[in-house]
Design a protein around this ligand. Structure first.
Ligand SMILES: *Cc1c(COP(=O)(O)O)cnc(C)c1O
Length: 361
């Protein structure tokens, strides 16, 4: 039986997508070759990558003047690539978690970094507010969803300088106003595909701000990929194919990002409502405004703390996997990405309720 997959990443994928892409491993649309065997220069793959781009443009309502590229190296390579391409003198960063810290670390290799605000004082359990974005910087970098800590910036910021966003764990979870961003990047393996491909959406105008007095290796230069439709070298063919099928699913089965957002809100509400009334479990992000729809983090309060490992085992007997919290937070993390069915959230809450009833002192 299929599990309830709360993994943080790589994560749950839509069942119809899994069925389709597994068939294509044997034979891609009856062409007598596997998706794993076709050339990245073939007309079949050209259609796949163009479909993936066009579907993303349609679903995310990406206006004219942007390029979508598919690259390797994960979001972690983007941390350095962003700074290498666009940090002339100084860049501003919002420090909202471990991934933001890693992005900052890489940026410092290329120039000055101004940390505009941080929530490190409370172990990243809230989002900094009322910060002022400086105007004398090359760009402002944010992490929209803090996968480890369970906070999410759910509005599109107005930035006076080019806005760069790591959306690895909430891309396509809701509609966004792309025009407010100069560069968005995301590893596919949380919300839109398998590990192995990273998506970047770049405003053409921002590419003109690229640094000029630094040598950038060809593969780490955004222009190499925008100018070659991500086909300068062999791209991750299969991963791009899966992303394309996830986009088809978002369009045809879900009906777009407005609907996706409603479903994600419904799922988060089921778990949050339970957490807010539980005598055993407490959410680690107190302010509901800041709480992520994608990753909800919680712990057991005293005197139940020592039952955390027992609950993880109990949940497993009900087919619930992936709920152990990241080591820097502890407790639990329920990652509820787009493809996680509402029923899986209901199953988790049921298990929590039953466990609480049995073990409440
Ligand atoms: C997982 C994650 C990353 C790292 O992604 P990789 O593809 O493993 O490099 C970066 N940022 C965020 C927000 C993430 O959730």
């Amino acid at each position: 039986m299929r599990k309830h997959i709360f993994n943080a990443g790589p994560a749950v994928l839509p069942v119809p997508v899994l069925e389709k892409v597994s068939k294509s491993v044997q034979d891609l649309d009856g062409i007598g070759m596997s998706i794993l065997e076709i050339s990245h220069r073939s007309k079949e793959f050209e259609a796949i990558i163009n479909d993936a781009i066009n579907l993303m443009k349609e679903i995310m309502q990406i206006p004219e003047g942007y390029h979508i590229i598919f690259v390797g190296g994960g979001a972690s390579t983007q941390f350095g690539m962003v700074a290498m391409n666009f940090l002339n003198k100084k860049a501003a960063y919002l420090e909202t978690g471990n991934w933001a810290k890693k992005a900052i670390k890489e940026a410092k290799l290329f120039g000055e970094v101004q940390i505009v605000a941080t929530s490190a004082d409370k172990n990243f359990t809230y989002l900094p507010k009322n910060f002022i974005i400086p105007t004398d910087v090359d760009y402002f970098h944010i992490t929209t969803n803090n996968t480890i800590y369970g906070t999410e910036l759910k509005t599109d910021l107005n930035s006076p300088v080019p806005l760069v966003a790591d959306m690895s764990s909430d891309i396509c979870s809701r509609p966004i106003d792309i025009s407010k961003y100069s560069l968005i990047y995301a590893g596919a393996q949380k919300n839109i595909g398998p590990a192995g491909v990273t998506i970047a959406i770049i405003k053409d105008e921002f590419l003109n701000h690229q640094v000029t007095d630094r040598i950038i290796p060809t593969m780490l230069n955004y222009k190499t990929h925008t100018e070659n439709n991500s086909l300068y070298n062999t791209p991750p063919v299969y991963a791009i194919y899966v992303v394309k099928e996830v986009m088809n699913w978002l369009k045809n089965e879900i009906g777009g990002l407005e609907n996706m957002k409603k479903i994600n809100e419904e799922k988060a509400k089921i778990l949050n409502d339970y957490l807010d009334n539980s005598k055993m479990f407490v959410p680690t992000v107190p302010d509901k405004e800041d709480r992520s729809l994608m990753n909800i983090t919680f712990v057991m309060q005293e005197p139940y703390k020592e039952l955390e490992a027992t609950f993880i085992d109990y949940a497993k007997t009900h087919g619930i996997v992936g709920i152990k919290g990241h080591r820097s937070v502890g407790g639990f993390r329920a990652s509820m990405y787009n493809a996680l069915p509402v029923d899986s959230v209901k199953a988790l809450v049921q298990a929590m309720e039953d466990f609480e009833k049995t073990n409440l002192k």
